[in-house]
Design a protein around this ligand. Structure first.
Ligand code: PEP
Ligand code: MG
Length: 883
């Protein structure tokens, strides 16, 4: 087996198709080299080696040492430099690179190969002593940090002291002599903290770095990131070893990061940042404020320092050509790292660029319109879950804003919440149900869990490509970065700006689209659903087969759902109507009645209320099917539970407190989820379902008469386990229909069907379909009853289950395809065998989950039903499932 793949100098052992083996970075370096772009030569140690490394107790096989030697020889042959040579030393960078980019892993060691001898050789070869010693001190600092994992604060402090001693403010002011002294300091720090001398053998340095990359795959931070992003531990990381090129060789050298289009808004414009006379980490770390890439961007920002387009027009022109080559080649927006060494351009990385939902949408639609990709590819490119960001409110432009600071618009969306100054507090407060804004001077991978828990992120330092900005965009969190006017003390939990103080718990608002930071909460407005969004939805609708309905029970929800493109209501939970202030008293009287006559009297009072509820919904959904589910929850849910409420309710219901309490006691259940609920209520108190059915048919006839567009009611019976239950309940519904039609002298079409939400119902679906005209899979209850896991209590242990790989994802969020899915598949088959045209849908929470929608397409359901805000997500996911 081979583990080392070379690239550069006309050789490419791999290509962009080898991401699983070479990681994203390695595969794309090989690909860029193969299409003739300037890539410094190097080699990639494959992810398979990472897996083997862990399998074999974190040791390297001898064969790898031989292959690495060949890899080094490849680099030496092309560069004419020799690794460890005292006169003409080869320096390399060592970087991790998994299949997908993963903050939380060891990132980069630069300048590897320097020691007390080679530094002298580098100084002579480059004819620049200062450069050589600056590279050496950077190398020790980085190696100590990421490979030896020593306290980097001490090294930064030593650097600060070195500058202060001379009265300097910039690193660049330090002379070769200062830097030599600093190297001595650094080596002392290594010795003191590590207990050993800084490794002088360049091969030891290299193996140390390779081991650190593999080691970082199992770091806590990487594990957290993998868990949040569903990345399996088995993937492993690759290691990329590449000849150094130097952006810090004076004024004709530079380093930068760029996107081929604006990753925030999606505009077709080169977008990026660079620094003259600097190395890569300077840009990302936000140590110096980077300069703009293009003149247009600089002018728009009103910034002074020249853009790359102005400062280095020739190299910029070359870079722009590379951008175009890459976009045409990869047919996607690219995120690039480059270095200019003495006016020569080198490409260090390209990958498909992370982008906001807004940019993803715009870029996909633009590229299809430009003919670069097809409409179907555009549909496939947009992550349905990311649409969530676009469907949620933004700040009301009319609302008053108390702007206290302005930073960069790093990730769009607006968020309000309490100020918190560390990730752990963010996580704690979020878990307690509070909205928080995480405020940091700058973020690092250690803050990821807090960023995830926060509604928004605010930093004082760092550019548009800083850690905070990149991670926030990926997570879909609004972010304002580099708000330079604020001073943050994480220790004292306070942020100061313009003479004002924001302390932990104070509410503030950030607008990630403008970069504004505001004190207090600011009102929001609904999103714009026209433009690119509408275009993509039209394309999605052309390819999807599954219909999309909404779970909705108020006219407002139905309206929202219709605007989002719902093609009917898949689940109207009637019990929500029972809780309404005007009705709850009648509902309670019904429950407290001692006989059928008493229940009927109370139900008579509920009838007109239900009728008008249904009429409103039918009017909004005119011409579309509406599935109305008859009462489901156990009756005690409608009775008071708090002592304080009893007297009030007793009075309203016209009975004494003791009677009320006795009845509440009678209704008490040890396990109400498996108790007297669903059709079991209809079996014991058929008059309840009779009233509901009557309300449905009367409302349908009213709306048909008024509007001419007859609604199509689908009456749904919950929690059925046997055919006999459904037979009985269907008879109740049919009787009510016949009675109403006879009274009115006119009819509407209707269906009677059932939820399939119990394993027995799924198994006996063939029989149940003899009566049921449609099935709607209630996968919330079906998951609960199949797994034997209470949907209300699962949170306590499901996290551990997912962490330990027992279920790949929370089965109440994403369908357990293997288990619950098998019941769904089987019920669909058996139902169809009995009644070939039976209508099949899903109305559990899974109906809005993209992965579960993929499964519904496979099984051939007719529709999915999701909450109104998830309807567009479901439309897009359904289209992707059909592609
Ligand atoms: C279900 O069980 O999946 C369902 C949709 O019904 P409910 O969530 O109301 O129990
Ligand atoms: Mg249910």
């Amino acid at each position: 087996d081979r583990y080392v793949y070379r690239f550069g100098g006309g050789v490419s052992d791999g290509g962009s198709g080898d991401k699983n083996l070479l990681g994203g970075k390695g595969a794309n370096l090989a690909e860029m080299a193969s299409i003739g772009l300037p890539v410094p030569p190097g080699f990639t140690i494959s992810t398979a080696m990472c897996t083997r490394y862990y399998d074999e107790g974190q040791k390297f096989p001898q064969s790898l040492r031989d292959e690495v030697a060949e890899g080094l020889a490849h680099i030496e042959a092309i560069t004419g430099k020799v690794f460890g040579d005292h006169d003409n030393p080869l320096l390399v960078s060592v970087r991790s690179g998994a299949r997908v980019s993963m903050p939380g892993m060891m990132d980069t060691v630069l300048n590897l190969g320097l020691n007390d001898q080679t530094v002298e050789g580098l100084a002579r070869a480059a004819e620049d002593e200062r450069f050589a010693w600056d590279s050496y001190r950077r190398f020790i600092q980085m190696y100590a940090d990421v490979v030896l994992e020593l306290d980097h604060g001490a090294f930064e402090e030593a650097l600060e002291i070195a500058k202060e001693d001379q009265g300097f403010t910039l690193d660049t002011e330090l002379t070769a002599t200062d830097l030599k002294a600093l190297v001595v300091e650094y080596k002392k720090l290594v010795r003191a903290q590590w207990g050993k001398d800084f490794p002088q053998d360049v091969h030891d340095q290299l193996w140390g770095a390779v081991g650190a990359v593999f080691g970082s795959w199992q770091s806590e931070r990487a594990k957290v990131y993998r868990r949040l992003n569903d990345i399996p531990a088995s993937w492993g990381t690759a290691v990329n070893v590449q000849a150094m090129v130097f952006g810090n060789m004076g004024e004709t050298s530079a380093t930068g990061v760029a996107f081929t289009r604006d990753p925030s808004k999606g505009d077709r414009a080169y977008y990026g940042e660079f620094l003259i006379n600097a190395q890569g980490e300077d840009v990302v770390a936000g140590i110096r404020t980077p300069q703009y890439l293009t003149r247009a961007a600089r002018e728009e920002a009103g910034a002074k320092p020249l853009s790359m387009e102005e400062a280095m027009p020739d190299v910029y022109g070359e870079l722009a050509n590379v951008f175009d080559t890459l976009e045409t080649h990869y047919r996607d927006m690219q995120d690039i790292e480059f270095t200019v060494e003495k006016a020569k351009l080198w490409m260090l990385q390209t990958r498909s660029g992370k982008r906001t939902a807004k940019a993803a949408l715009k870029i996909a639609v633009d590229m299809a319109n430009e003919g670069l990709i097809t409409e179907e590819e555009a549909v496939a490119r947009v992550d349905p879950a990311a649409l969530d960001q676009l469907l949620h409110p933004t700040l009301d432009p009319q609302a008053k804003r108390d702007v206290i600071a302005k930073g960069l618009p790093a990730s769009p969306g607006a968020a309000s919440g309490q100020a918190v100054f560390d990730a752990d507090t963010a996580e704690k407060r979020n878990a307690a149900g509070e909205a928080v804004i995480l405020i940091r001077t700058e973020t690092s991978p250690e803050d990821i869990h807090g960023m995830h828990a926060a509604r928004g992120i605010l930093t004082a330092r760092g550019g548009m490509t800083s850690h905070a900005a990149v991670v926030a965009r990926g997570m879909g969190r609004p972010c304002v970065s580099g708000a330079g006017s604020i001073a943050i003390s994480a220790k004292d939990k306070v942020m100061r700006v313009g003479g004002r103080e924001i302390r932990e718990g104070d509410v503030l608002t950030i607008d990630g689209a403008t970069g504004e930071v505001m004190a207090g909460e600011v009102a929001t407005v609904q999103p714009e659903l026209a433009g690119d969004f509408a275009t993509l939805m039209v394309w999605a609708d052309k390819v999807r087969r599954l219909k999309v309905r909404a779970n909705a029970e108020t006219p407002l929800d139905c309206k929202t759902a219709r605007e989002f493109g719902a093609e009917g209501v898949g689940l109207c939970r009637t019990e929500h109507m029972f809780f309404d202030a005007g009705r709850i008293t009648a509902v309670r009287q019904m429950i407290l009645a001692s006989d059928e006559a008493g229940r009927r009297a109370a139900l008579d009072r509920l009838l007109p209320e239900q009728r008008s509820d249904f009429a409103e919904i039918f009017a909004v959904m005119a011409g579309l099917p509406v599935t109305i589910r008859l009462l489901d929850p156990p009756l005690h849910e409608f009775l008071p539970h708090e002592e304080a409420e009893f007297a009030e309710v007793a009075q309203a219901a016209g009975i004494d407190v003791d009677t009320l309490k006795r009845r509440a006691n009678e209704l008490h259940e040890f396990n109400p989820m498996l108790g007297h609920r669903g059709c079991r209520l209809g079996v014991t108190y058929p008059e309840i379902y009779e009233m509901q059915a009557r309300a449905i048919f009367e409302a349908a006839l009213d709306v048909a008469a008024e509007s001419g567009a007859a609604p199509i009611p689908e009456v749904m019976i919950p929690l059925v386990a046997t055919k006999r239950e459904l037979d009985l309940m269907k008879a109740v519904v049919d009787r009510a229909a016949q009675a109403v039609f006879a009274e009115r002298g006119t009819e509407v079409e209707y269906l009677v069907g059932t939820m399939i939400e119990l394993p027995r119902a799924a198994l006996k679906a063939g029989e149940i379909a003899e009566t049921g005209e449609f099935f709607s899979f209630g996968t919330n209850d079906l998951t609960q009853t199949t797994l034997g896991v209470s949907r209300d209590d699962a949170a306590r242990f499901l996290g551990a289950y997912v962490e330990q790989g027992i279920y790949p994802k929370d089965p109440f969020v994403s369908l357990d395809v293997d288990g619950v899915g098998e019941l769904v598949r089987l019920a669909a088959e058996r139902g169809r065998a009995t009644r070939p045209d039976i209508k099949l849908g899903i109305c559990g929470e899974h109906g809005g989950d993209p992965a579960s929608i993929g499964f519904c397409e496979q099984v051939g359901l007719d529709y999915v039903s999701a909450s109104p805000y998830r309807v567009p997500i479901a439309r897009l996911a359904a289209a992707q499932a059909a592609l």
